[in-house]
Design a protein around this ligand. Structure first.
Ligand SMILES: [Zn+2]
Length: 69
């Protein structure tokens, strides 16, 4: 079990939840909060993309996929 992979996978999971929450917040936000809510979505999306990229890069370079071994 690769510890780095574990950390990156957990971060990816966490960032995807933060992003989903931000999207939900934007969908339900009252008008005065729309700009702030959309900025929050943009920031969350960037963090999510970064986590996704780091995870896939690790899998590509380290070849340590969790394949139940
Ligand atoms: Zn690894």
């Amino acid at each position: 079990m690769c510890q780095d992979l574990d950390i990156l996978a957990k971060r990816f999971d966490a960032e995807s939840k933060v992003y989903a929450e931000a999207v939900h917040f934007l969908q339900t936000a009252a008008e005065p909060h729309l700009v702030a809510a959309s900025r929050r979505v943009e920031r969350a999306l960037l963090a999510f993309e970064k986590a996704r990229e780091q995870l896939s890069q690790h899998l590509r370079l380290h070849q340590c996929r969790q394949a139940g071994d």
